[in-house]
Write a protein that binds this ligand. Structure first.
Ligand code: FEO
Length: 404
């Protein structure tokens, strides 16, 4: 059976949702599922825009068959060849052997690397090339490293549809909804959209900036943004583009927001983090988020680190080093290229506190354009009256830094 939705009169969403997968890319938890979006255009020629992950291939093929309504498939545009979108290509080719594939040179290389038989089917396109399917004419825009090197986006000039590949996507299954105005995105989706962007594409901010600049002239003509995951956008583009602009420039989304991430073995560092949070809130900081790094998947910590302007790291010393899960968080910040944040450091150690020095060294030497506040707090086993006063001083320093 099929489950499709119309995007426009002759364009259909024919993707599907996956609630069974627990880890996207076998690393990121997706408790709200994920959608793999594919689109079919029924013009004089029939066109498929990207395929889907293998997990939903069967329903996707049913969807494609339904919208083709007895017609053959003429073209397959592959904007992104990562297997969560490209894995079902060979199954499509088996059923529609006359279909030609339109994609980039690197994408064809990847298809061969994944073992697909595409000989004689390739139509290679480059930046600015156009193609007509009848009424609809599209232009191809290369989007390297958003999020793989072969990626491109396709703009349908006839109906103003931008097929944006991984750009503007989100974790979260659609579950019947399709358009951004059918959900409360700012309430229910933004956290998963940020977590998707920051963990999947976050490293490649300059490439996203380059795509945003290339797409800017198209903006007045864009009526729909069709990503490969999450809702299709048909209004409120400024909201979405503003988020992408900030995330890809590593500019905090919420100035004056503080993320407190703590690593605690027996609760004493946790208590210190809670006291720090309480003092910040008492001083009027409205946006304070506290996470135990041991119980929070690092993808959530990264998402929050991209959101806030200030990050307080409170870490116990472990084997004379940084607590391993805190170290992992720092390593992920480096891997994902996070920049332009202000750090406050709290260390704990019962006989030889080292984590403060080591965290500061990591931030100074491994991360870019970060500030570490001078008022580091050193806790010896547990918070006492002296260290509590040092926390007060740290809070004042954090507040001062927010005024700059
Ligand atoms: Fe959703 Fe980069 O694939």
């Amino acid at each position: 059976m099929y489950c499709v939705r119309k995007v426009t009169d002759d364009l259909y969403w024919i993707g599907g949702n996956d609630h069974r997968l627990s880890l996207f890319e076998n690393i990121h938890p997706i408790p709200k599922g994920v959608s793999y979006n594919s689109y079919a255009l029924i013009d004089k020629k029939t066109v498929l825009f990207d395929t889907v992950d293998w997990s939903i291939c069967r329903e996707f093929l049913d969807n494609l068959k339904f919208v083709l309504d007895g017609k053959d498939l003429d073209y397959i545009v592959i904007n992104h060849m990562e297997p969560d979108h490209g894995a079902s290509l060979e199954e499509v080719l088996l059923r529609y052997p006359k279909a030609k594939i339109i994609s980039t040179e690197k994408s064809f290389m990847l298809m061969r690397q994944f073992g697909f038989d595409i000989d004689g089917k390739e139509i290679e396109v480059k930046e600015g090339d156009t193609f007509s399917f009848g009424k609809h004419e599209v232009v191809f825009v290369e989007a390297p490293m958003v999020h793989w090197p072969e990626a491109m986006v396709t703009f349908d000039k006839t109906n103003g549809v931008l097929f944006s590949a991984d750009a503007f996507g989100s974790f979260g299954a659609l579950d019947g909804k399709l358009f951004n105005d059918e959900v409360n995105f700012d309430r229910d989706w933004i956290d998963e959209a940020r977590r998707y962007y920051t963990n999947i594409v976050g490293k490649y901010g300059p490439f996203v900036q380059s795509l945003l600049k290339k797409a800017a002239p198209l903006l007045p003509d864009i009526k729909y943004i069709c990503p490969l995951h999450g809702p299709v956008w048909r209004n409120d583009f400024e909201y979405l583009i503003d988020k992408y602009d900030k995330w890809s420039r590593y500019v905090p989304e919420d100035e004056g927001a503080v993320l407190i991430a703590y690593a605690s073995m027996y609760g004493n560092t946790e208590h210190t983090a809670q006291v720090l949070a309480t003092k910040l809130v008492e001083k009027g900081v409205k946006n304070v988020a506290v996470y135990d790094v041991s119980n929070t998947h690092v993808s959530y910590l990264i998402s929050e680190a991209f959101r806030v302007s200030h990050i307080a790291l409170c870490s116990v010393t472990y084997n004379l080093g940084i607590y391993p899960v805190m170290h992992n968080f720092l390593n992920d910040m480096k891997a994902l290229n996070l920049q332009n944040r202000t750090f406050a450091l709290v260390e704990n150690g019962s006989w030889s506190p080292k984590s403060g020095d080591l965290m500061e060294q990591f931030i100074d030497e491994e991360l870019k354009l970060m500030d570490v506040l001078n008022d580091r707090v050193t806790v010896s086993s547990s918070l006492n009256e002296t260290t509590e006063k040092e926390l007060d001083s740290l809070v004042e320093t954090i507040l001062d830094s927010m005024k700059k």
